[in-house]
Design a protein around this ligand. Structure first.
Ligand SMILES: C[S@@+](CC[C@H](N)C(=O)[O-])C[C@H]1O[C@@H](n2cnc3c(N)ncnc32)[C@H](O)[C@@H]1O
Length: 354
């Protein structure tokens, strides 16, 4: 992810998704029992710079304060490579984002570099675990995909390998959360999905964003701008589960997650329109749309594509290739803006530990 608070500035849509999940979080909180005087413990897994979830936590604190002023601890967790400096600055109110922290009594935050594929908190300590738009990142890439850069374009054995990896990863995430949740605690997880209409991120009608990523890299391959091995390494280590795939370990009494006490309370899908494409409908300025839209894509896939380029190339050459790649995408949007956009397609899940 891009650093320096740029993530939250570039990803207005991700904040819309979290705002859409806020009623589920407030409702989950209402149902969790906690002895008076004990402190609340929450986690925000895959938090990035924390800017997109500020309103969510502000609303949660506001709701809890209607009852009492018990201490609240929020643990922000992300991978070790995350920009934790930006997270700290944003949370402590040192940026243009309005943070709840400086004005909230008895609320403390902790920053953790623990992956959601590992324990984040001690056993039986968590009341509510939250995560948005993060758990599609697999713990490892099972293979490179032939003729595509994403599992949405994978077929045959490649697809099966991604399915297996994703099922294991999902179970693993759940088992770690089951251990840290208190009995009666909840998870509200908001994850990219392939919905019941076959829609997914950037594929909600119009141009298919992932096919476009792929076709531009294929052009670069055809004109020898990149090599076969560089193209192969462009495969993104992501998987978008269906509702059935998310639900399976929570409904199957033989699964480890089920045996650990996790039960599905609710799952539904929703599409949040691309905010940049929506704005374009009003202003009709294709150049403005292209300039605003491309950074939101770059914020999450640039590092993977950059890493796929051969390290024998000088850094400046790799950087120029990346600029040319996104420049080409931007040019396409400028020339024919209709149908472009990154609509967000998510499964919103509430899970309980019995
Ligand atoms: C698209 S951002 C989402 C940020 C924020 N939750 C939001 O919805 O705006 C995805 C985040 O997931 C994090 N992430 C990816 N794999 C992770 C892992 N295994 N453990 C923790 N965080 C991870 C990335 O570092 C990144 O910050």
């Amino acid at each position: 992810m891009s650093g320096g608070g740029l993530y939250s500035l570039a990803t207005i849509g991700a904040k819309d998704v979290i705002d859409n999940a806020t009623p589920s979080v407030l409702s989950a909180l209402n149902s969790i029992q906690k002895p008076d005087g004990a402190h609340w413990c929450f986690s925000d897994m895959g938090c990035a710079d924390g800017g997109t979830s500020l309103s969510l936590w502000a609303n949660a604190i506001k709701q809890l304060r209607l009852k009492n002023d018990d201490d609240i601890q929020i643990v922000y967790a992300d991978q070790t490579g995350n920009d934790f400096n930006a997270l700290v600055q944003i949370l402590h109110g040192n940026t243009q984002f309005e943070s709840y922290l400086p004005t909230s009594d008895n609320v403390t935050v902790m920053e953790s570099g623990a992956s959601f594929y590992t324990p984040i908190l001690p056993k039986n300590t968590l009341h509510l675990g939250f995560s948005a738009t993060a758990m599609h990142w697999l713990s490892q890439k099972p293979c490179n995909i032939a003729n595509h850069v994403h599992m949405v374009g994978a077929k045959g054995d490649d697809l099966k390998k991604f399915q297996r990896q994703a099922a294991n990863d999902w179970q693993n995430i759940l088992i770690h959360r089951a251990r840290e949740l208190k009995s009666g605690g909840k998870l509200v997880l908001v994850n990219f999905c392939i919905d019941e209409h076959g829609q997914y991120l950037g594929n909600t009608g119009g141009v298919n964003m992932f096919n476009n990523f792929n076709s531009i890299w294929q052009q670069f391959l055809e004109n020898n701008t990149i090599t076969e091995s560089e193209y192969a390494a462009m495969t993104l280590p992501q998987y978008y589960n269906t509702v059935e795939e998310f639900s399976a370990p929570l409904l199957d009494s033989a699964s480890d997650a089920y045996k650990a006490g996790l039960r599905l309370v609710d799952i539904e899908t929703a599409v949040i329109a691309c905010p940049f494409a929506e704005d374009f409908k009003q202003h009709q300025d294709a150049a403005k749309f292209a300039k605003e839209y491309i950074p939101t894509i770059r914020s999450w896939n640039e590092s993977i594509f950059f890493g796929a380029l051969n390290s024998d190339r000088p850094i400046a050459e790799r950087q120029q290739l990346i600029e040319n790649y996104y420049g080409q995408y931007e040019q396409q949007v400028r020339d024919a803006p209709e149908g472009h956009g990154m609509g967000y397609v998510h499964a919103y899940m509430t899970i309980e530990k019995i």
